[in-house]
Design a protein around this ligand. Sequence first.
Ligand SMILES: [Zn+2]
Length: 109
Amino acid sequence: MIKIVMICDICKKEYFTQAVKKPSEIKITQVSRQVIFLTEQTEGRSTKPHFSAETFDACPECTTLALKGKAIYGAGAQGHNRYWFKDADATDSEARRVMEEDNARKQSP
Ligand SMILES: [Zn+2]
């Protein structure tokens, strides 16, 4: 038995589990969404915010928030991306913090 656990890439909550007998039974639906990306995706360097179609897992709650107009932000490189909502009252410091954490992680051995 293989247990599938889906974790939301935005809020990190487990939102779906499924037990299957063999890999061919796994049914995972990922969707592609436009997110506001804050880094270029080769080296992860800061760049002008731009739209990017990203495929990731999102729980129903986060999907609903996105559909209600909350923008999803993204940062990262080489497929190691992080996604988050920018709250209406938040500043860009949140995005900067995320990018600084990513850079610190890349520089550590
Ligand atoms: Zn979520």
